[in-house]
Design a protein around this ligand. Structure first.
Ligand code: MG
Length: 381
């Protein structure tokens, strides 16, 4: 039955061009019932494709687009917005998110404030699918914030003035392009450099030739030898780096712990830290964790990860995928409590559909608006 429904939805999406065109038609998850007079939550969603301003290259791949799914949860005339961003190498897609969201029946919950049990039920619908789950979590948080007329930083008790600066990411490229991108990123106080290839030192030296700003490095599991990785971290420290992400493949836990024990810079787990149970496992393996809504299944679990990491005395970084200002705004409400933010995802795309959290003078600025603070832009896409 599930298979036939998926095929039916896919057939409809293909017929509407939704799987081919950047913007798909809005779909409503099945099972929505209207109980006479009682407000019920209604989930709708549509595929959308983000266009990147530059070809984006990291250690494992290059790409020019990112598939996302935009969600809305409507309840009693109020709409909450959400998003799933799905870089292809993580395994989710328009198809998988559509299949997952088609199973979500919010009409069985009468009270949107029961975030905990609603999101636990949704998490249990299928394993995996963290971004699709995040798209429901974010829309539900946005809805609840709007219902109580408060931004999430107020609900959580965080001071938005403490929001940090964000890094701006420079992807792997030729020295000439890297120098140009560095000049264009003049507003940003910290640059994040994608590493993990044999061109690392040339990349760093090209950037250092045009700026003395602090930097962070992300090897994206691209280094292979632990001693060479440790030597490289020492070399990066001498060149003004603040921390490094994921020096080795996530499976090499013992080697990562060996590096972390000796590293002159904090070592942050990203690919190796997805959800809440991973934070505890990261203790002793990494200095800190990189929390992203698209890995954690959304704001609810991301905040728990933040609190657990803090309780364990670990550093916390807040990251993102390429996302619209919807996903970035949602993540930004956690930013006052983190050591480092990497929330440049919406700045890397040319077809954002939301206005929300901005970067001003390199600093994350969260709007004082209820919910996640993202407002839909006009009828673009
Ligand atoms: Mg990373």
């Amino acid at each position: 039955m599930a298979q036939s429904r998926r095929e039916w939805i896919r057939g409809n999406l293909l017929a509407s061009g939704a799987l081919l065109a950047p913007a798909g038609a809005w779909r409503q998850s099945p099972g929505v019932k209207t109980a006479g007079g009682t407000p019920r939550m209604r989930l709708t969603f549509r595929p959308y494709t983000l266009q990147l301003k530059h070809v984006f290259t990291v250690a494992v791949n290059s790409r020019t687009t990112t598939p996302v799914v935009l969600t809305e949860i409507e309840y009693d005339g109020i709409v909450g917005y959400g998003e799933a961003s799905m870089p292809p190498y993580l395994g989710e897609s328009h198809d998988t998110a559509t299949a997952f969201l088609s199973k979500v029946d919010l009409s069985r919950f009468a009270n949107p404030f029961e975030l905990e049990s609603i999101l636990e039920t949704i998490d249990g619908l299928a394993p995996g699918n963290p971004a699709a789950k995040a798209s429901v979590d974010i829309a539900l948080h946005d809805l609840v914030g709007k219902l109580v007329k408060q931004p999430w930083y107020n609900i959580w008790g965080y001071d938005p003035k403490l929001a940090p600066v964000t890094t701006f990411t420079i992807g792997i490229d030729t020295p000439e392009v890297v120098r140009q991108k560095t000049r264009e990123a003049a507003e940003f106080k910290v640059l994040k450099i994608k590493l993990g290839r044999d061109t690392d030192k040339a990349m760093v030296e090209a950037i250092r030739s045009v700026t003395d700003r602090p930097m962070s490095g992300d090897a994206n599991q691209g280094w292979t030898d632990r001693q060479q990785a440790l030597d490289m971290i020492g070399w990066l420290k001498e060149r003004g780096f603040l921390y490094v992400e994921q020096p080795l493949p996530k499976e090499r836990v013992d080697d990562l712990a060996w590096i972390t024990e000796r590293s002159p810079l904090p070592v942050i787990g990203d690919e190796g830290v997805q959800r809440l149970p991973d934070v505890r496992k990261a203790l002793g393996v990494y200095t800190g964790v990189n929390i992203k809504l698209m890995k954690s299944t959304g704001m609810r679990e991301a905040q728990k990860m933040l609190q657990l990491a803090r309780g364990l005395g670990m550093k916390v970084m807040l990251g993102c995928m390429t996302e619209t200002s919807c996903g970035i705004s949602a993540a930004s409400h956690l930013s006052p409590m983190v050591d480092w933010a990497d929330l440049d995802g919406a700045l890397l795309i040319s077809n954002d559909v939301f206005d929300g959290t901005k970067v001003i003078d390199g600093k994350v600025v969260i709007p004082n608006r209820p919910g996640i603070g993202a407002v839909k832009l006009g009828a673009r896409g």
